[in-house]
Ligand binder design. Structure first.
Ligand code: GLA
Length: 384
C-alpha cells in the first residue's frame, strides 16, 4: 500500500521507473543501553517500514522527496553537506559513508516514506539509514556486505545526526527475521536467533506520545559516563575494555572511587547485560513469566539508576505491572519518552488498552497510541 503510493509519487516527480526497497523499525525485548558498552541486546524487526523508491539520474544531482513531510530537497552531487532538514541528513549521511569507501553515487532520485512512528523509540531513523544503504548498494551494484552496510548506517547517525548510538537498531533493521528475536553480542557482532513463541500472548507497544529526542545531549552523556566508569575500573583491572567485562564484584569493590552517578550508570549496565543472558535462557525454557520479571527489573534500572525514563513511561509501566493481563512491561529504547513494551494475554489486549488509556487520560490528558506488533524480516528489495 505505502510502496504503491511511493512508487506513484516517484513516477510523477521523476518520470522514470524506480526500484523499491524497504527497511523495518525495531523493538527490543531486553538489553537497553548495553550495545555501546559492547554488551548484549535482544531486538527484533517489526512490521512497520520505511519504503524507498530510487533510481539513478544523469544530472549529477541528489533529489529526495519525503512523502511524510511533503518536502523536496535537491543537492549537487559534488556538494554534499548537512542541511537544516533532519530527515535529509540521515540520507545524506549514508551517501557520505559510501563516498568514504570511494563509492560515488553520482545522480540519484529518491522518494521515501513509511509507517514507523517517529520519535517513539521504534528506530525510524535506523530504518531510514539501513533501507537507504541497501537501496544504494543494490542500485549501484557496490557489492558491500550487509554487516558493512549496518556499520555505515550507524556512522551516518553519528556524523550527520549527532547521536553516538550503538549498533542495535541498524543491526535489527538489517538482520531481523520473522517471528524471531536476535540475541546480538555487540562486541563480536555475532548473533543467534531465538524463535519468539508467545503462545497466548501478544506484544503490545504503548506510545506515551512524549517525543524523545536522543540527539538532546542526554544519550551522549550516558555514553560518556559509562566511558568514565571504564577508565576508573581500568586503574585496577587492565584487561577490562568495556562494561561488558565488568562483574558486579569488581564494581562493588571499587564503589567509592566512582561518583555516585557514574556508579549507578555502571551498575545498571552490568546487571542489564546479565539480564539479557538470563532472558535468552527464559526463551529456551519457554518461561515467559520469568522473562516478564526481568523486564520489570530492566525498567526499574532504567528509571532509578540510568535515569532515562520519564513520569509518563513510569506511569504506563506501573499500570501494566499491576495489571492481571500483563506478564511483563518496560520502557523501551533510548528513553526520555517513546514507548513501553508490554507482553499481554491475547484474550485481554482490549481490556488492557482500555484500562491504560483511561488511566493515562485522567492523569496526563491524552491517550497513548497502541500497536500490536508482528516480528518481521529485515531490509529488502520489494519486487512488484
Ligand atoms: C537508541 C540507540 C541504540 C541503543 C538504544 C538504547 O535506540 O540508537 O543504539 O543504545 O537507544 O538501548
Amino acid at each position: 500500500m505505502i510502496s504503491a503510493v511511493i512508487t506513484k509519487y516517484f513516477k510523477e516527480l521523476f518520470r522514470t521507473e524506480p526500484r523499491i526497497f524497504r527497511a523495518p523499525g525495531r523493538i527490543n525485548l531486553i538489553g537497553e543501553h548495553t550495545d555501546y558498552n559492547s554488551g548484549f541486546v535482544m531486538p527484533a524487526a517489526i512490521d512497520k517500514y520505511t519504503y524507498f523508491a530510487v533510481q539513478k539520474n544523469d544530472e549529477k544531482k541528489l533529489r529526495f522527496y519525503s512523502y511524510d513531510y511533503k518536502e523536496l530537497l535537491e543537492v549537487q552531487s559534488d556538494n554534499l553537506h548537512k542541511t537544516n532538514k533532519l530527515w535529509a541528513n540521515y540520507l545524506l549521511g549514508v551517501i557520505a559513508q559510501f563516498r568514504k569507501e570511494g563509492l560515488d553515487t553520482q545522480g540519484l532520485d529518491c522518494v521515501f516514506g513509511g509507517n514507523v512512528p517517529q520519535g517513539a523509540g521504534l528506530s525510524s531513523s535506523a530504518s531510514l539509514e539501513v533501507g537507504f544503504a541497501v537501496a544504494i548498494n543494490t542500485l549501484f551494484n557496490f557489492g558491500l556486505d550487509s554487516l558493512k552496510l549496518v556499520k555505515m548506517a550507524q556512522m551516518a547517525e553519528h556524523e550527520f545526526a549527532g547521536v553516538l548510538c550503538g549498533i542495535m537498531d541498524q543491526y535489527a533493521a538489517m538482520f531481523g527475521v520473522k517471528d524471531s528475536v536476535i540475541k546480538l553480542d555487540c562486541r563480536s557482532l555475532e548473533h543467534e536467533y531465538f524463535p519468539l513463541n508467545l503462545s497466548g500472548y501478544k506484544i503490545v507497544i504503548a506510545d506515551s506520545k512524549v517525543k524523545h529526542s536522543l540527539a538532546s545531549s542526554e544519550y551522549n552523556t550516558r555514553r560518556a559516563e559509562c566511558e568514565e566508569g571504564i577508565k576508573i575500573i581500568q586503574k585496577k583491572h587492565m584487561k577490562v575494555f568495556s562494561l561488558r567485562d565488568v562483574t558486579p564484584e569488581m564494581l562493588e569493590s571499587m564503589r567509592y572511587e566512582f561518583t555516585p552517578t557514574v556508579y549507578r550508570r555502571c551498575s545498571y549496565v552490568v546487571k542489564e547485560n546479565n539480564r539479557v543472558l538470563q532472558a535468552a535462557q527464559c526463551l529456551k525454557d519457554g518461561d515467559l513469566h520469568a522473562l516478564g520479571a526481568l523486564m520489570h527489573e530492566t525498567h526499574e534500572g532504567l528509571r532509578v539508576k540510568y535515569e532515562v525514563s520519564c513520569i509518563e513511561l513510569d506511569f504506563m509501566e506501573n499500570v501494566a505491572h499491576l495489571s492481571d493481563y500483563v506478564i511483563g512491561a518496560r520502557m523501551m529504547g533510548g528513553g526520555f519518552g517513546g514507548c513501553t513494551l508490554n507482553i499481554v494475554s491475547e484474550n485481554f489486549v482490549e481490556n488492557f488498552t482500555a484500562d491504560l488509556s483511561a488511566q493515562y487520560k485522567s492523569k496526563f490528558g491524552k491517550v497513548p497510541d497502541f500497536y500490536i506488533m508482528q516480528i518481521s524480516d529485515g531490509a529488502t528489495e520489494v519486487k512488484n
